[in-house]
Ligand binder design. Structure first.
Ligand SMILES: Nc1ncnc2c1ncn2[C@@H]1O[C@H](COP(=O)(O)OP(=O)(O)O)[C@@H](O)[C@H]1O
Ligand SMILES: [Mg+2]
Length: 233
Protein backbone atom coordinates (compact mmCIF):
# COMPACT_ATOMS: atom_id res chain seq x y z
CA UNK A 1 0.00 0.00 0.00
CA UNK A 2 1.13 3.56 -0.64
CA UNK A 3 2.55 5.52 2.26
CA UNK A 4 -0.41 7.94 2.30
CA UNK A 5 -3.78 6.74 1.07
CA UNK A 6 -7.16 8.48 0.94
CA UNK A 7 -10.10 6.23 0.10
CA UNK A 8 -13.33 7.94 -0.93
CA UNK A 9 -13.13 10.53 1.86
CA UNK A 10 -16.19 12.68 2.49
CA UNK A 11 -16.37 15.56 4.90
CA UNK A 12 -19.56 17.42 5.67
CA UNK A 13 -19.50 20.42 7.98
CA UNK A 14 -22.74 21.33 9.69
CA UNK A 15 -23.01 25.09 9.97
CA UNK A 16 -26.33 25.91 11.61
CA UNK A 17 -29.07 24.77 9.26
CA UNK A 18 -26.81 24.17 6.27
CA UNK A 19 -24.53 21.28 5.43
CA UNK A 20 -21.33 22.11 3.61
CA UNK A 21 -19.76 19.24 1.72
CA UNK A 22 -16.09 20.16 1.87
CA UNK A 23 -14.94 16.80 0.47
CA UNK A 24 -17.19 14.66 -1.69
CA UNK A 25 -15.32 11.39 -2.07
CA UNK A 26 -11.60 12.19 -2.35
CA UNK A 27 -9.17 9.39 -3.23
CA UNK A 28 -5.43 9.72 -3.83
CA UNK A 29 -2.10 8.25 -2.78
CA UNK A 30 1.36 9.60 -2.03
CA UNK A 31 4.50 7.46 -1.93
CA UNK A 32 7.13 7.60 0.79
CA UNK A 33 9.80 10.26 0.22
CA UNK A 34 7.72 12.22 -2.27
CA UNK A 35 6.94 15.89 -2.31
CA UNK A 36 3.28 16.21 -3.19
CA UNK A 37 1.66 19.52 -4.05
CA UNK A 38 -2.05 19.93 -3.40
CA UNK A 39 -3.36 22.72 -5.59
CA UNK A 40 -6.76 24.25 -6.13
CA UNK A 41 -8.80 27.40 -5.70
CA UNK A 42 -9.74 28.86 -2.35
CA UNK A 43 -12.57 26.81 -0.82
CA UNK A 44 -11.74 23.70 -2.87
CA UNK A 45 -11.15 21.56 0.22
CA UNK A 46 -7.34 21.57 0.48
CA UNK A 47 -7.08 22.49 4.15
CA UNK A 48 -9.84 20.03 5.01
CA UNK A 49 -7.79 17.26 3.36
CA UNK A 50 -4.67 18.21 5.26
CA UNK A 51 -6.45 18.58 8.58
CA UNK A 52 -7.94 15.11 8.24
CA UNK A 53 -4.55 13.65 7.34
CA UNK A 54 -2.96 15.51 10.24
CA UNK A 55 -5.49 14.19 12.74
CA UNK A 56 -6.92 17.64 13.46
CA UNK A 57 -10.32 16.94 11.94
CA UNK A 58 -12.50 13.84 11.63
CA UNK A 59 -13.88 12.66 8.31
CA UNK A 60 -17.56 11.91 7.72
CA UNK A 61 -16.94 8.73 5.72
CA UNK A 62 -14.12 6.96 3.89
CA UNK A 63 -10.73 5.80 5.11
CA UNK A 64 -7.27 7.33 5.49
CA UNK A 65 -3.99 5.47 5.98
CA UNK A 66 -0.45 6.53 6.82
CA UNK A 67 2.38 4.00 6.73
CA UNK A 68 0.06 0.99 6.74
CA UNK A 69 -1.96 2.25 9.66
CA UNK A 70 -5.56 3.38 9.42
CA UNK A 71 -5.86 6.77 11.07
CA UNK A 72 -9.50 7.46 10.24
CA UNK A 73 -10.70 5.19 13.04
CA UNK A 74 -8.44 6.48 15.83
CA UNK A 75 -9.88 7.73 19.11
CA UNK A 76 -9.27 11.31 20.23
CA UNK A 77 -6.60 10.05 22.56
CA UNK A 78 -4.87 8.10 19.81
CA UNK A 79 -5.07 11.14 17.55
CA UNK A 80 -3.25 13.23 20.13
CA UNK A 81 -0.37 10.78 20.10
CA UNK A 82 -0.49 10.60 16.32
CA UNK A 83 -0.27 14.39 15.93
CA UNK A 84 2.51 14.56 18.47
CA UNK A 85 4.78 11.84 17.10
CA UNK A 86 3.95 11.26 13.47
CA UNK A 87 3.17 14.64 11.93
CA UNK A 88 5.19 17.83 11.47
CA UNK A 89 3.03 20.86 10.74
CA UNK A 90 3.99 24.08 8.97
CA UNK A 91 1.35 26.78 8.58
CA UNK A 92 1.10 30.08 6.74
CA UNK A 93 1.55 31.99 9.98
CA UNK A 94 4.44 30.54 11.87
CA UNK A 95 2.76 30.08 15.25
CA UNK A 96 5.97 30.50 17.20
CA UNK A 97 5.92 31.21 20.92
CA UNK A 98 6.90 34.86 21.17
CA UNK A 99 8.74 34.77 24.49
CA UNK A 100 10.89 31.80 23.57
CA UNK A 101 14.02 32.00 21.41
CA UNK A 102 14.32 30.17 18.12
CA UNK A 103 16.25 27.38 19.85
CA UNK A 104 13.74 27.19 22.70
CA UNK A 105 10.81 27.03 20.26
CA UNK A 106 12.39 24.02 18.56
CA UNK A 107 13.50 22.36 21.81
CA UNK A 108 10.04 22.66 23.30
CA UNK A 109 8.56 20.65 20.44
CA UNK A 110 11.16 17.91 20.87
CA UNK A 111 10.28 17.49 24.54
CA UNK A 112 6.99 15.83 23.68
CA UNK A 113 8.29 13.35 21.14
CA UNK A 114 9.99 9.98 21.14
CA UNK A 115 12.90 10.24 18.81
CA UNK A 116 13.89 13.90 18.45
CA UNK A 117 16.71 15.27 16.37
CA UNK A 118 19.16 17.73 17.95
CA UNK A 119 17.48 21.16 17.94
CA UNK A 120 20.64 23.21 17.36
CA UNK A 121 21.71 20.92 14.54
CA UNK A 122 18.35 21.28 12.79
CA UNK A 123 18.50 25.06 13.14
CA UNK A 124 21.93 25.03 11.51
CA UNK A 125 20.55 22.90 8.69
CA UNK A 126 17.78 25.40 7.97
CA UNK A 127 20.32 28.21 7.83
CA UNK A 128 19.81 29.76 11.26
CA UNK A 129 23.15 28.99 12.92
CA UNK A 130 23.52 32.65 13.91
CA UNK A 131 19.95 33.32 14.99
CA UNK A 132 19.26 30.62 17.57
CA UNK A 133 19.20 33.03 20.50
CA UNK A 134 16.81 35.45 18.78
CA UNK A 135 13.14 35.82 19.67
CA UNK A 136 10.56 35.59 16.87
CA UNK A 137 10.01 39.36 16.83
CA UNK A 138 13.70 39.77 16.04
CA UNK A 139 13.46 37.55 12.97
CA UNK A 140 12.13 38.21 9.46
CA UNK A 141 9.10 36.33 8.17
CA UNK A 142 11.29 33.94 6.20
CA UNK A 143 13.48 33.28 9.23
CA UNK A 144 10.45 32.65 11.41
CA UNK A 145 9.16 30.16 8.86
CA UNK A 146 12.58 28.45 8.94
CA UNK A 147 12.20 28.11 12.71
CA UNK A 148 8.74 26.62 12.20
CA UNK A 149 10.15 24.14 9.67
CA UNK A 150 13.01 23.28 12.04
CA UNK A 151 10.46 22.74 14.81
CA UNK A 152 8.51 20.33 12.60
CA UNK A 153 11.66 18.50 11.41
CA UNK A 154 13.11 18.18 14.90
CA UNK A 155 10.28 15.82 15.79
CA UNK A 156 11.55 13.50 13.07
CA UNK A 157 7.96 12.96 11.89
CA UNK A 158 6.71 10.42 9.37
CA UNK A 159 5.11 13.17 7.37
CA UNK A 160 5.43 16.94 6.98
CA UNK A 161 2.20 18.80 6.24
CA UNK A 162 2.54 22.38 5.01
CA UNK A 163 -0.56 24.54 4.51
CA UNK A 164 0.34 27.54 2.31
CA UNK A 165 3.83 27.81 3.86
CA UNK A 166 4.78 30.73 1.63
CA UNK A 167 1.43 32.51 1.82
CA UNK A 168 2.72 35.31 4.03
CA UNK A 169 6.14 35.67 2.37
CA UNK A 170 7.44 37.74 -0.52
CA UNK A 171 8.48 36.08 -3.77
CA UNK A 172 12.15 35.42 -3.09
CA UNK A 173 11.68 34.45 0.54
CA UNK A 174 8.90 32.09 -0.47
CA UNK A 175 11.18 30.51 -3.02
CA UNK A 176 13.92 30.03 -0.44
CA UNK A 177 11.46 28.30 1.89
CA UNK A 178 10.30 25.95 -0.86
CA UNK A 179 13.91 25.19 -1.74
CA UNK A 180 14.52 24.32 1.90
CA UNK A 181 11.57 21.93 1.86
CA UNK A 182 12.70 20.37 -1.43
CA UNK A 183 16.33 19.99 -0.28
CA UNK A 184 15.24 18.56 3.06
CA UNK A 185 13.01 15.98 1.44
CA UNK A 186 15.79 14.96 -0.93
CA UNK A 187 18.40 14.74 1.81
CA UNK A 188 16.38 12.95 4.47
CA UNK A 189 13.75 11.08 2.45
CA UNK A 190 11.05 12.97 4.32
CA UNK A 191 7.58 12.78 2.77
CA UNK A 192 6.23 16.32 2.38
CA UNK A 193 2.76 17.47 1.37
CA UNK A 194 2.45 21.14 0.49
CA UNK A 195 -0.82 22.98 -0.11
CA UNK A 196 -0.59 25.93 -2.42
CA UNK A 197 -2.78 27.96 -4.72
CA UNK A 198 0.29 28.83 -6.80
CA UNK A 199 0.22 26.65 -9.92
CA UNK A 200 3.89 27.38 -10.68
CA UNK A 201 4.94 25.39 -7.66
CA UNK A 202 3.73 22.18 -9.21
CA UNK A 203 6.99 22.02 -11.19
CA UNK A 204 8.94 21.24 -8.01
CA UNK A 205 6.68 18.43 -6.82
CA UNK A 206 6.96 14.71 -7.51
CA UNK A 207 3.20 14.46 -7.52
CA UNK A 208 0.55 17.07 -8.18
CA UNK A 209 -2.92 16.59 -6.74
CA UNK A 210 -5.52 18.99 -8.11
CA UNK A 211 -8.58 19.61 -5.96
CA UNK A 212 -11.75 21.18 -7.30
CA UNK A 213 -15.06 21.57 -5.45
CA UNK A 214 -14.26 18.92 -2.87
CA UNK A 215 -13.15 16.34 -5.42
CA UNK A 216 -9.78 15.19 -6.74
CA UNK A 217 -9.73 16.55 -10.26
CA UNK A 218 -6.42 14.94 -11.26
CA UNK A 219 -3.28 13.33 -9.86
CA UNK A 220 -0.14 13.54 -11.96
CA UNK A 221 3.32 12.16 -11.45
CA UNK A 222 5.91 14.74 -12.46
CA UNK A 223 8.76 13.21 -14.43
CA UNK A 224 10.63 16.48 -14.86
CA UNK A 225 11.20 17.87 -11.40
CA UNK A 226 12.44 21.44 -11.54
CA UNK A 227 14.78 22.71 -8.83
CA UNK A 228 12.98 25.53 -7.06
CA UNK A 229 15.64 28.07 -8.04
CA UNK A 230 14.75 27.54 -11.71
CA UNK A 231 11.02 28.09 -11.25
CA UNK A 232 9.64 31.54 -12.05
CA UNK A 233 6.15 32.76 -11.25
N1 LIG B 1 -15.02 24.36 10.26
C1 LIG B 1 -15.78 24.58 9.17
N2 LIG B 1 -17.10 24.76 9.27
C2 LIG B 1 -17.87 24.94 8.19
N3 LIG B 1 -17.41 24.99 6.92
C3 LIG B 1 -16.09 24.82 6.75
C4 LIG B 1 -15.19 24.61 7.85
N4 LIG B 1 -13.94 24.47 7.36
C5 LIG B 1 -14.05 24.60 6.03
N5 LIG B 1 -15.32 24.80 5.65
C6 LIG B 1 -15.82 24.93 4.27
O1 LIG B 1 -15.39 23.80 3.53
C7 LIG B 1 -14.99 24.19 2.22
C8 LIG B 1 -13.54 23.82 1.99
O2 LIG B 1 -12.71 24.61 2.82
P1 LIG B 1 -11.11 24.46 2.90
O3 LIG B 1 -10.78 23.03 3.05
O4 LIG B 1 -10.65 25.39 3.96
O5 LIG B 1 -10.68 24.96 1.46
P2 LIG B 1 -9.24 25.46 0.91
O6 LIG B 1 -8.21 25.16 1.92
O7 LIG B 1 -9.04 24.73 -0.37
O8 LIG B 1 -9.39 26.93 0.69
C9 LIG B 1 -15.26 25.68 2.12
O9 LIG B 1 -16.54 25.86 1.56
C10 LIG B 1 -15.25 26.13 3.56
O10 LIG B 1 -16.03 27.27 3.74
MG1 LIG C 1 -6.88 26.36 2.96
Amino acid sequence: MSYVRFENVKKIYHAGEVDIEALSGASFEVEKGEIAAIVGASGAGKTTLLNILGGMDKLTSGRVFLDNREISNLSQRELTTYRRYDIGFVFQFYNLIQNLTALENVSLATQICKDPVDSAQILREVGLADRMANFPAQLSGGEQQRVAIARALAKNPKLMLCDEPTGALDYNTGKAILKLLQDTSRRTGMTVIIITHNQALTAMADRVIKVRNGSIYSVEKNDHITPVEEIEW
